[in-house]
Write a protein of this length. Structure first.
Length: 289
């Protein structure tokens, strides 16, 4: 495949900072990323931020269909030309913002859950993760490239300084596997940081599920919203309809010292706490704002 630098010059284009564009230089690296997805002949692949199609092309040689989503309208004609050159008519191109797309409609009724690939723009990576979590019944697994710092945060465990809201929400519903690190020199333009590739395999069964996932997200958000506060103060700060005495009682029922901070709680502890808060809200007739 022609290098990104050459393609940009030939088409009189430039990498756009507002889209967080950093293009993979080595097709071999793209193929290794796609290989980790273990794509089967009847799979439908969603490729987020297709760019010049380096991962799109590798995936299309294995999958039944590839849905290529590219927001930058200037890149779409180039992407179409590359796919035509490689004779890949089963790639469906969407010039669209992935954050505004209905992933359930992309998967299609009765189809296998999607396999998701993406060299994610750094500026919207967290939002894409949240969207995938929300649509996970339509997604089997995702092989995604992140800024290394974010990848470390997603995989972090309790007690780590990088453990946070996204760590808890994602680890609740998925198994995370770090796959490979990719140096900044493998991109054009060269970013200031290295990247890392993660496999996110969504759980089809959760042993200890939370009863209300919207409340779970709100509880985790409240707990981490003011990291320096202990749980007693963070959970009674206004994001939840709970005052300090109620928070203390619920934390005690969950076996959690109210002086602890959010980063010390396991995912399972957040589930237990959320279910207790949910039962309290039902009994009291209160609702989440």
């Amino acid at each position: 495949m022609t290098s990104p630098r050459t393609l940009l010059k030939a088409w009189n284009l430039r990498a756009r900072k507002e889209f967080g564009q950093n293009f993979l230089i080595d097709p071999g690296t793209a193929r290794r990323i796609v290989d980790h997805a273990a794509i089967e002949p009847d799979d439908v692949v969603l490729d987020i931020g297709s760019g010049f199609g380096v991962m799109t092309i590798a995936a299309a040689r294995q999958a039944r269909k590839v849905i290529a989503v590219e927001k930058d309208r200037h890149l779409v004609p180039l992407l179409k030309a590359e796919l035509l050159l490689h004779d890949l008519p089963h790639v469906q191109i969407h010039e669209a913002d992935i954050l505004k797309m209905d992933l359930s409609s992309l998967a299609g009724a009765g189809s296998k859950p999607l396999v998701v690939l993406g060299n994610l723009p750094y500026n919207i990576s967290s939002q894409i993760v949240v969207r995938l979590v929300e649509a996970r019944q339509h997604v089997d697994r995702a092989i995604l490239m992140f800024q290394k710092e974010l990848a470390d945060r997603l995989c972090a465990g309790p007690g780590s300084k990088t453990y946070g809201r996204l760590s808890v929400i994602l680890q609740y519903c998925a198994h995370l596997t770090p796959l490979m690190q990719i140096g900044a020199s493998q991109f054009h333009p060269r970013p200031k940081v290295d990247s890392a590739v993660l496999k996110i395999a969504f759980r089809r069964h959760i042993d200890h599920p939370v009863g209300d996932e919207r409340l779970f997200t709100r509880v985790v958000q409240a707990a981490f919203g003011q990291r320096r506060k202990n749980l007693r103060n963070a959970l009674s700060s206004g994001l939840l309809p709970l005052d300090r005495p109620v928070v203390e009682r619920l934390l005690d029922a969950a076996g959690i010292d109210p002086r602890r901070r959010a980063e010390t709680l396991s995912v399972e502890a957040f589930v237990t706490l959320t279910n207790l808060i949910s039962a309290h809200l039902v009994d009291s007739g209160d609702e989440i704002p």
